[in-house]
Design a protein around this ligand. Structure first.
Ligand SMILES: *[C@@H]1O[C@H](CO)[C@@H](O)[C@H](O)[C@H]1NC(C)=O
Ligand SMILES: *[C@@H]1O[C@H](CO)[C@@H](O)[C@H](O)[C@H]1NC(C)=O
Ligand SMILES: *[C@@H]1O[C@H](CO)[C@@H](O)[C@H](O)[C@H]1NC(C)=O
Length: 524
């Protein structure tokens, strides 16, 4: 706390000291469309911490018949039919070693597991408008579960599996009531343990908290269901360490519901997950304006702050994750949520969530819908795939506070560098015409200033060809990123820039800048 108060004083001083400089910069902007700014990185102490494998992506159950606004964007990306032998898919996940993969989505609360003691027929989902969520129940055959686990193992993924929380409940005017019938889930877990498949976390339910999507479960009932799951995990994994995490509720944040759930679930849940679709419906024609609007992006901070406050107040040690985030709901929007422009929303979300101590962030989706990191038909990485990979390689676990002095169209985040010395700064420029020269001011750098110059700063500039926001191609330092004919993910090479120069951030571009030769107090 003492650290924070001193920082605030420092900020004010910095702000006053830089005012004259900024006004000169602003005058230049009108003439040459080059503006100046300063990013102050508070290097004294970390304000948050992320998991080493913070980047997570989802695989969903939606069958090919899932359509939104007359378009069917899921193809063969369902857990039940995805081509697990595709080389690009394997390489894309492997490149992270490890990526977290969260298995779940709307239909997870209608899934039956085809274990040997399951008495119902093991058949897939069938489209049926009279059914909740538009489909009948569907079944996961154990043969398919074997194939999925074989893929996860080969790809080095850490799996979070979302269990069916509606099993055994009856639905009464929008509420699912009664205790969770865990017989079938327990039998899936037992099978999984017997097969020695490694599961990183078992999650219970999807979007049933708060008001729910379609149907909701009261917080006290949910807490008692999660306690049952914890007991099952303790039993089935007896003698096995570490045990998988117990995760819930995987739905939209609602302060009162979460407060009650967190207090009543006690130590049952290791992780509290929430979902984010803050850009509105995928059909919206103004998504790009929302994405490039700084105050719209800032809007999500309230949720992160509020959840952080609730967890800090509680005596249990649960951590918060974003368990699913696709930005625009109902499968996203083709040529927006699978195009270059989405990296402004996505990287800003990664940065902001980390500032509020979110440990893991699951992107909807790895593949499927219009928001896949990979193209549903060709498996080629979309721009956000490369943004995620750069984040994963460059942004370390310790999160630093940044303050940017200059235009609101610049957004900055900083972490101690990953598996390397120094610090990495992420800069997003939402402006379509102004280049911003960002001077870096590192506070609590233990190296003398003269030591900062060598070796050079490593910069990764991400842009779209012709600044076309709808492009599904991403350029790194001016060169197209694409997999080769063997389906290999390209290397992500920096350019080397003199550390004494400002970071030049072009219009509608994103820059990761790794400064290796500094020793910030928070990073050592
Ligand atoms: C729970 O579900 C199983 C089928 O998975 C069923 O056999 C059992 O009767 C159910 N238990 C209760 C208490 O309803
Ligand atoms: C945390 O607890 C304090 C004291 O009980 C209370 O005033 C505050 O509102 C709580 N904050 C949250 C986010 O629940
Ligand atoms: C997948 O890639 C193809 C070829 O580049 C492209 O035409 C198509 O629009 C992409 N599909 C999606 C859903 O992005």
């Amino acid at each position: 706390m003492g650290c924070l108060i001193r920082l605030l004083g420092l900020c004010l001083w910095m702000y006053l000291a830089s005012l004259s400089f900024i006004s000169v910069g602003a005058m230049c902007a009108r003439v040459g469309e080059v503006e100046k700014g300063i990013v102050l990185v508070h290097g004294k102490c970390a304000i948050g911490r992320i998991d080493d494998d913070f980047v997570c992506a989802t695989l969903d159950w939606w069958p090919p018949q899932k359509c939104d606004y007359g378009k069917c964007s899921w193809g063969h990306a369902s857990l039940l039919n995805l081509d697990l032998n595709n080389k690009i898919l394997l390489n894309a996940v492997k490149a992270f070693s490890s990526m977290k993969i969260r298995v779940g989505g709307t239909l997870q609360d209608k899934v039956i597991y085809g274990t040997e003691d399951n008495r119902e027929p093991c058949t897939p989902f069938v489209l049926n408008a009279n059914e909740m969520f538009g489909f009948t129940r569907g079944c996961l055959p154990m043969k398919r579960w074997d194939e999925l686990n074989s893929f996860f193992q080969k790809a080095g993924a850490k799996v979070i599996f979302g269990l069916n929380e509606l099993a055994g409940k009856s639905i009464k005017s929008g509420f699912a009531v009664g205790p969770w019938n865990y017989t079938n889930a327990e039998s899936l877990i037992r099978y999984t343990v017997r097969k020695k498949y490694h599961i990183h976390g078992w999650e219970l339910g999807n979007e049933l908290c708060g008001h729910g999507i379609g149907v909701s479960v009261a917080a006290d009932q949910y807490a008692s269901d999660v306690a049952s799951l914890r007991k099952i995990v303790q039993n089935e994994y007896r003698g096995i360490e570490p045990k998988p995490l117990v995760i819930a509720p995987g739905g939209f944040f609602d302060a009162d519901w979460f407060k009650e759930f967190i207090s009543k679930s006690g130590k049952s849940a290791d992780v509290v997950t929430h979902h984010i679709y803050n850009l509105g419906p995928g059909v919206d024609d103004h998504l790009i304006e929302s994405i490039l609007n700084p105050s719209r992006l800032d809007g999500e901070a309230d949720t992160f702050r509020s959840l952080k406050g609730i967890l800090q107040n509680s005596t249990n040690k649960a951590k918060s994750w974003v368990g699913e985030a696709g930005g625009a709901y109902n499968s996203g929007h083709h040529l927006v949520s699978d195009a270059f422009v989405y990296s402004f929303w996505y990287l800003d979300q990664l940065g902001m969530s980390a500032v509020y101590d979110t440990r893991t962030y699951c992107r909807q989706s790895l593949i499927g819908g219009n928001y896949g990191l990979l193209n549903t038909s060709t498996f080629m990485p979309n721009p956000d795939y490369y943004s995620a990979l750069l984040w994963h390689r460059l942004m370390g676990q310790r999160v630093l506070l940044t303050t940017f002095y200059g235009t609101k169209k610049i957004r900055t985040y900083a972490h101690c560098a990953k598996e390397s010395k120094g610090v990495t700064i992420l800069v997003l420029n939402l402006d379509s015409s102004t280049t911003v020269e960002v001077n870096v001011d590192l506070k609590f750098n233990k190296l003398p200033r003269s030591g900062v110059h060598e070796p050079a700063r490593r910069e990764y500039h991400l842009t779209a060809p012709e600044r076309n926001l709808h492009s599904q191609i991403m350029l790194l330092n001016g060169k197209i990123l694409s997999v080769n004919s063997a389906g290999e993910i390209p290397p992500l090479e920096p350019i080397y820039v003199d550390s004494t120069k400002p970071i030049t951030v072009g219009p509608l571009s994103i820059v990761f800048a790794h400064i290796p030769n500094v020793i910030l107090a928070a990073c050592s």
